[in-house]
Design a protein. Structure first.
Length: 217
């Protein structure tokens, strides 16, 4: 287990890098840039046909890694000077563990909030069904039916870029996982922060299994 670090008036969190493993469901979307917050200083959203590309990720990190927790994240692809490779920014993210929330904010400027999660990301005979709430309010839900498994374990490496007090924070991350194409249906609370995705359909959805990820390399 990595050593803990503490900054004044903040709770201790595991030091980087974090090693995490588990399962996830991802969907790729195109949305107008106007519905997103401004990207980090010095970056701009990657656009296809004038629209931003973003990913919704429902993740469960299981035992054996730095922490065990659930996560719902929205990551938008960005590019710009000072970003040496593929990169994204995370404007919205929720986790169900206070240490994970504090660590994301303290180490990498990722604005993690707390939420409660229901359901499992391991497929049953009826597929996958999960739900997230914040307090007493619904946030999002998702169902997925995995269909076609892709061969091998796919590697991914890139940066998360967030605004920080002293300028952009660039965090290098890497992961490997098995991918299965699937059909996902997402529902978002009409009054919630992700309402801009309501009535949209993802371009592509994946079940991601046997994830092995490293954050803050």
């Amino acid at each position: 287990m990595p050593a803990e670090i503490r900054t004044p008036n903040e709770q201790p969190v595991p030091a980087a890098p974090w090693f995490l493993q588990g399962d996830a469901c991802l969907s790729l979307w195109r949305v107008p840039t106007a519905v997103l917050p401004p990207p980090p200083a010095g970056t701009r959203y990657v656009r296809i046909a004038g629209q931003a590309l973003l990913v919704t990720a429902w993740v469960h990190y299981g035992p054996g890694g730095t922490l065990t927790y659930g996560e719902l994240a929205v990551a938008a692809l960005v590019q710009g000077s000072g970003v040496p490779g593929p990169a994204c920014t995370v404007p919205y993210i929720w986790v169900d563990d206070a240490t994970a929330a504090a660590g994301g904010r303290q180490l990498w400027g990722i604005p993690k909030e707390l939420a409660a999660f229901e359901g499992e990301l391991t497929p049953s005979k009826d597929g996958i069904a999960v739900r997230a709430t914040t307090g007493d309010s619904p946030l999002a839900s998702m169902t997925m039916v995995p269909r076609w498994a892709l061969p091998g374990r796919v590697p991914v490496r890139g940066y998360i870029v967030q605004d920080g007090a002293g300028g952009p924070i660039r965090t290098l991350c890497a992961a490997r996982a098995r991918l299965t194409l699937g059909r996902a249906t997402w529902n978002f609370a009409p009054e919630g922060p992700l309402a801009f995705l309501r009535r949209r359909k993802p371009l592509l959805s994946l079940q991601v299994s046997e994830v092995q990820a490293r954050f803050g390399l």
